[in-house]
Design a binder for this molecule. Sequence first.
Ligand code: NAP
Length: 371
Amino acid sequence: MKKTVGFIGWRGMVGSVLLNRILKKKDFLNFNFIFFSTSQFSFKNPEFNRFNSNKILKDANNLDELFELDIILTCQGSDYTNKIYYKLRNSGWSGYWIDASSDLRMKIDSVIVLDPINKKNIIQSIDRGIKTFIGGNCTVSLMMLALGGLFRNDLIEWISFSTYQAASGGGSGYILELLKQIKFLNKYLSKDDNLSKSILDIEKKITKITQKNSFPIKNSLVPLILNLIPWIDLDMSSGQSKEEWKMEAETNKILSLKDNKKILIDGTCVRIGSLRCHSQSFLIKLKKNIDISNIEDIISSDNKWVKIIKNNKNDSIKKLTPLSVTGTLNIPIGRIRKLSLGNNYISAFSIGDQLLWGAAEPLRRMLKFLI
Ligand code: NAP
C-alpha cells in the first residue's frame, strides 16, 4: 500500500523547489501526498490537480491530522519543527520525519541525509528503526559533494573555508527584501539618472540612499545590495557564527567520524547579494603530497554531479559563477592549485545550487528510500 506523506512548507523556497523535483521525477506516483500550511489552511490547494491530492489545505498545527501520516516532509523551518516534532513523538507517533531545517540534525537518533556520501548509513539506519532524517546545512552538503573524493579517500587533514552565500539562502522573505532594495535604489536613481556626473558623486549619492531610514532591511538588518554581510545565523558565543559551526559538526556526523578521527573545518560564512547558489573558497591541507591531476581525478570520479573546471581565467569566470549553476544539480569545482604554503596545501573554489543539492534533492531522495 502507498504510504501517505504530509507535505509542510511546500510554499517556501526549498519546498517549492522540492515540489517541482518530485513532479519532474514522478515520485508522486509512489505516495499519497497531503498538503498542509501553517497560514493558509482551509484555503484551496493550488497543487490539487498536479498531485491529485486534498482539495483543501490542512492545518499544519493540527496534531490529530499529523498523527495519521506515515511520513512528514517539512520544509517549514526550525520554529515549526520545535513546536510540533516533540509533541508528536511524545504522543506516540512513530512515522518518518524528514526535515530541511537544522534543529534535529545533531540529535543522537537522527541521520543527516546526503546519500551520494552516506547512503550506506541511511539504509542501515532505516533497517535499525531510525525514523528522523534531516537534510544537511546547504553549504555543508555542497562542500561534501564537491570534495567527496578527498573525504572518501581520507586525504584531508583540515579545511579552511570562506563562503559567498546567496540571498535566497535566507528564505523567501530575504530574497523579496533584496528585490525591494533594488527597487528602492532604482526609484531614487531614475529621478536623476545623469550618469555623466563625477563617478564619486554618484557613489556618494547611492551610499546615502542605502542609509535612509526607509531603506528595506527588516530581514537582512543592513543593506545586502552593494554590500556583503560577514555573519550568517546565530552567535555561538565562541566567536563563530552557527553557520560556521555547522561545517565541522555536520560534516563529521555525515561521515560518522568519531571525535579522535574528526576532520577540522573552520572559516567565515558571508552573505552576498547573488540571488541563488552558494559559492565557497577552500584552503585544504592534504595528508600527503598528491599532484594536481591526481587530485582532479579523485574528485571527478566520486559522483556524477561534480565537474572539474580548468584553472584558467576564461573557464573560471564563465563556469564557476552562481548564474552558470543556478537551477542545475551540477557542482563545479575549479581554481584547484597547489599553494605556495607547501606541497600538501591546495586551494579550490566550488559552487552549487543551495536549493537543489543544498536542500531539496537530499530530501526527495530520502523519501524514495522509504518506498
Ligand atoms: P521560506 O521560503 O521562508 O518558506 C517557509 C514558509 O514560509 C513557507 O513554507 C510558507 O509556509 C511561509 N511563507 C510565508 N510567506 C511566504 C511567501 N511569500 N512565499 C512563500 N512562503 C511563504 O523558507 P525556506 O528558505 O524554504 O527554508 C525552509 C527551511 O529550510 C528553513 O529551516 C531553512 O533553514 C532550511 N533551508 C533553507 C535553504 C535555502 O537555501 N533557503 C537551504 C537549506 C535549508 P506556510 O504555507 O505554512 O505559510
